[in-house]
Design a protein. Structure first.
Length: 132
C-alpha cells in the first residue's frame, strides 16, 4: 500500500511545482511586457525630442535582448531603402520595430527558452546524451 500512494504524492508534487513555475512565468511575463510598454510610452511622450528615436531604438533592443539586436539589424539594413520618411511614417516605423522586437523577444524568452529547457531536462531524465 505504501508504493500505491507514492505515485499520487509525486503527482501532487509535480502539480505544485507546475503551479509555482506558472506563477513565476506570469510575473516574468508581466515584467517583460510592462517594461516594453513603458519604453514605447516614454518614446511616444518624447517623440518630438531630437534624439528620442535613437534612444528608443537602443531601449527596445536592450529590453528584448539578444533577439532585439537581430531585429534592429534587419531594420537598420532596410532603412536606407526609405528616403526622407515623413514624421508620421517614421513614427509608424518605430512602432513596427517595437512590435516586431517585442514579439520576437516574447517568443524567445517565453516559448523557445522554456522548450529548450524542457528538452534538456527530458534528456537528462532519460539518461540520453549526445556525447561523441
Amino acid at each position: 500500500t505504501r508504493c500505491a500512494c507514492l505515485p499520487l504524492n509525486s503527482i501532487a508534487v509535480m502539480r505544485h511545482a507546475k503551479q509555482n513555475r506558472s506563477a513565476t512565468s506570469y510575473v516574468l511575463r508581466c515584467l517583460y511586457l510592462g517594461t516594453c510598454v513603458a519604453v514605447v510610452a516614454w518614446w511616444w511622450l518624447n517623440r518630438d525630442a531630437p534624439e528620442a528615436s535613437i534612444a528608443f531604438g537602443w531601449l527596445v533592443m536592450l529590453s528584448t535582448l539578444p533577439v532585439g539586436f537581430a531585429v534592429g539589424w534587419v531594420f537598420g539594413a532596410l532603412s536606407p531603402l526609405i528616403e526622407n520618411p515623413t514624421p508620421a511614417f517614421g513614427d509608424f516605423l518605430n512602432l513596427l520595430f517595437w512590435s516586431c522586437s517585442v514579439a520576437a523577444g516574447y517568443l524567445q524568452w517565453f516559448r523557445l527558452v522554456p522548450w529548450l529547457l524542457r528538452n534538456r531536462d527530458r534528456e537528462i531524465a532519460t539518461g540520453s546524451s549526445r556525447a561523441a
